[in-house]
Design a protein around this ligand. Structure first.
Ligand code: G4P
Length: 526
């Protein structure tokens, strides 16, 4: 139905451990796509890592970054949607959820640091969903790890096959450029922050004497040896292996120097998947179905007290989204229409009339949405795969102003619907435990509860190791939940979770109840 629109679209995220170069690469993509004219434009919107202790500053910057939550640009007749993910690790959960709304990712790895902690965690989420991955090894202008060692490290730590697409000639101050394995050319390194094309010299294979003329004898000989080895080990890249997330193509470059960006982008638009079918509670939804459907993967609140609105980010999964048309909010069984839906173009947002699968629409929300909500053109199903992960830090919410219990109740519900933190309500006694990935969210919650809802509270640390969702036979689950009643709480979807105090207690539970599987994410395959 909308084949030509779907065929144009590529919706993806750039993921990286902080500082690996995600922002720089994003900016270079926009520069190549002609969406921005100057380097530095995206950077200004980035959360400043130096001020991480000042959460208001971060929230302010998060506010600014609404415009860069989605960046759309056109490149070689493709319509590319980059979904931005917060760099700050305390907002990791935001990132995980955003990954449910993309069809592929580009992973940036710093060649000096290799695979870092966040790289591994982000990749775990991609692996859960079989998201196709392209890896960009960045900062080749710095003295980094040996490229063969890096490939090995990527494969071992990220649990994915790798396939070099380009091969570096030295690194650091001796970096000469890369040899493009797939089309046998030399891309010569030249430091430039603003150029929008690579300097590629076409050569006729490795025996071409041009190589010797361009490189010195030592580098030429090393390149020939390296490539021979690579050809022997890696052979041809299979597109299917990439699409099924078995193999990740790997590029080497330097985002800061605009080096290796063009080959990355050209390959990306050629091989990356177009909007893919998505699983729902009822059936698989194909992007080219006539009727519209989509889901909310992110909610952004405005901290400005004069504008208490929120923006819900909806990924279109099928059909055509239209302005002022009635759609069904499946969870609330309610018809909603949107007079001012937004689309995001690099740095600006504009009211849009329609959107197609792969697009992200910004919807003004007055409290109708929570993360994971589905909109359709009438059918009742819910998109699957908006997972919750066990938080890292748990605290109990204590009401310090009994006159404002209702406000506190409403506030904590709404703020956790936004995905700011996870709420677990204990079965016995209705105690509320709030879980987050970082300390910062508690400050944000406390501040917002007071300023937006007029409720006062404090958070008391609780030693909880993990929140575990459970699967198994009904009788075993019932028995376990009775036995550990004080440690059972319910998540926002009324799913029971086991709040295990320590790793040891969790292990004991696993041993005592071998028929129950304990999961640290709410999305698991039974
Ligand atoms: P992030 O979004 O993944 O956190 O990383 P970001 O792009 O902000 O890059 C982190 C730092 O690494 C920045 O330096 C950036 O300039 C630098 N960088 C990015 N790509 C390259 C590269 O190819 N080579 C080298 N040598 N450095 C690179 P900064 O000092 O933190 O920021 P700034 O002062 O340059 O803005």
């Amino acid at each position: 139905m909308f084949e030509s629109e779907i065929a144009k679209r590529k919706t993806f995220a750039i993921i990286a451990h902080p500082d690996a170069g995600k922002t720089t690469l994003t900016e270079k993509f926009l520069l190549f796509g002609g969406q921005i004219q100057t380097a530095g434009a995206v950077k200004n919107n980035k959360i400043n890592k130096a001020t991480t202790s000042d959460f208001m500053e971060i929230e302010k910057q998060r506010g600014i970054s609404v415009a860069t939550s989605v960046m759309t640009f056109h490149y070689k007749e493709k319509w590319v949607n980059i979904l931005d993910t917060p760099g700050h690790k305390d907002f990791a959960e935001d990132t995980y959820r955003t990954l449910t709304a993309v069809d592929s990712v580009i992973l940036v790895v710093d060649c000096v640091k290799g695979v870092e902690e966040q790289t591994e965690r982000l990749m775990e989420v991609c692996r859960m969903r079989n998201t196709p991955v392209i890896i960009f090894v960045n900062k080749m202008d710095r003295d980094g790890k040996d490229p063969f060692d890096l490939l090995e490290e990527l494969e071992a730590k990220l649990n994915i096959g790798v396939h070099p697409m380009s091969w570096p000639i030295n690194g650091g101050k001796d970096f000469k450029g890369v040899y493009l394995l797939h089309n046998q050319s030399l891309n010569l390194f030249e430091s430039s922050k603003t150029k929008v094309a690579d300097d590629v010299v076409k050569i006729n294979g490795l025996s071409d004497p041009q190589i010797d003329a361009i490189l010195n004898a030592k580098d030429a000989s090393k390149l020939r040896d390296d490539v021979e080895l690579i050809d022997g080990v890696y052979g041809e890249l299979s597109h299917n292996d990439y699409l099924s997330a078995n193999t990740a193509p790997v590029f080497f470059g330097s985002a800061l120097n605009s080096f290796g960006i063009q080959e990355l982008l050209d390959t990306f638009i050629e091989v990356a998947p177009n909007p893919l079918p998505r699983a729902t509670t009822k059936r698989e939804v194909e992007p080219n179905e006539a009727k519209f459907s989509g889901f909310v993967f992110k909610i952004h609140a405005n901290l400005d007290p004069k504008h208490r609105d929120r923006i819900a980010f909806l990924r279109v999964c099928s059909g055509k989204f239209e302005r002022n048309k009635n759609f069904k909010h499946v969870r609330l069984e309610k018809q909603l229409k949107f007079a001012n839906p937004y689309m995001f173009l690099a740095q600006s947002k504009e009211v849009m009339d329609d959107a197609y699968p792969g697009d992200v629409v910004g919807l003004y929300d007055t409290g109708n949405f929570k993360i994971g909500d589905t909109l359709t053109e009438g059918e009742s199903f819910l998109f699957k795969g908006i997972p919750s992960f066990s938080p890292e830090i748990f605290k109990e919410l204590i009401n310090t102003d009994p006159m404002k219990s209702k406000q506190l109740e409403k506030g904590i519900q709404q703020l956790t619907d936004e995905g700011l933190a996870s709420l677990f309500v204990q079965e016995l006694g209705n105690r509320k435990f709030v879980g987050t990935v970082g300390e910062l969210q508690f400050e944000v919650l406390q501040y917002r509860l007071e300023h937006e809802y007029g409720a006062k509270c404090r958070f008391e640390p609780r030693s909880i190791h993990k929140a575990c969702w459970m699967s198994g036979e009904e009788v075993d689950l019932k028995d376990f939940m009775k036995y550990r009643q004080t440690n059972i709480a319910y998540d926002k979807d009324q799913q029971p979770v086991f709040l295990a105090e320590t790793a040891f207690i969790l292990r004991m539970a696993e041993e005592k109840y071998p028929n129950i599987t304990f999961h640290t994410t709410s999305e698991f395959k039974v």
